[in-house]
Design a protein around this ligand. Structure first.
Ligand SMILES: Cc1cc2nc3c(=O)[nH]c(=O)nc-3n(C[C@H](O)[C@H](O)[C@H](O)COP(=O)(O)O)c2cc1C
Length: 213
């Protein structure tokens, strides 16, 4: 098999509309995608999100009902739910500092850095902090999209769902989390997907890039 470049993979992947319910994604491929999520860089290294890997068919059926009846949620084998912290708290930021200290040793500058971060984040409105955490979750979504393509696993990034309802189904509120974005994983149904034969549509580099030389 010839080596696939990142550009090849980005052209191969697409927001799959119809998945084949008879083809589950092997666990090692799911593991590789989850590992990319774990390795995602985040602002100040806080990793302010968690990932739910939902395989339970009943739970996925419930989620599909509040997600515009999108079939990949149940036709895929795994549903990734990216859930961001509902707020930054002292405990959450202290846990980050503690893990870093355990890994790297006591660094005075580090404590000063995270004290300063708490000074900035904690007085802010919860909604502002959630939005910041959610942006970090979107970086993880991007990593997962690329990792899935590398594993030749199909996926569908989804904002088309009711986050409050998904939070209820998964009990996220009690855990201080809010669902941000969904990513079903599975395999494309080559005969049933209207989007598959369509050409990819992207703006040209000239349109989106401004060279400031
Ligand atoms: C954050 C995000 C949310 C999206 N939400 C949905 C969705 O709910 N349902 C869906 O079918 N596609 C959804 N899409 C897919 C986009 O429409 C698609 O990625 C875009 O049109 C580019 O096409 P491609 O991914 O096939 O290259 C979403 C994509 C992103 C990145």
């Amino acid at each position: 098999m010839t080596h696939k470049t990142l550009t090849d993979l980005l052209n191969w992947r697409y927001a799959t509309k119809k998945m084949d319910p008879t083809k589950p994604v092997p666990q090692e491929k799911v593991d590789a995608i989850v590992e990319a999520v774990r390795m995602t860089p985040t602002s100040s290294g806080t990793q302010p999100f968690e990932l739910l890997v939902v395989t339970n068919p009943d739970v996925r059926s419930e989620i599909r009902k509040v997600a515009m009846d999108q079939s990949p949620i149940t036709d895929g084998s795994h549903l990734l739910v990216f859930a961001a912290w509902d707020n930054y708290t002292e405990e959450r930021i202290d846990a980050v500092t503690q893990q870093m200290t355990e890994a790297r040793g006591e660094i005075p500058m580090l404590n000063a850095y995270y004290d300063n971060l708490k000074g900035m984040y904690l007085p802010r409105d919860a909604e502002v902090n959630y939005a910041h955490a959610a942006r970090q979750a979107y970086i993880a979504l991007g990593f997962a999209l690329i990792a899935a393509a590398e594993q030749e696993v199909d996926s569908t990034p989804m904002e088309g769902f009711d986050p409050a309802e998904v939070d209820k189904i998964l009990g996220l509120k009690e855990r201080g989390l809010r669902s941000v974005v969904l990513l079903p994983l599975g395999y494309r149904d080559p005969t049933g997907d209207w989007l598959l034969p369509m050409k990819k549509v992207r703006k040209s580099q000239e349109t989106i890039v401004t060279q400031v030389a």
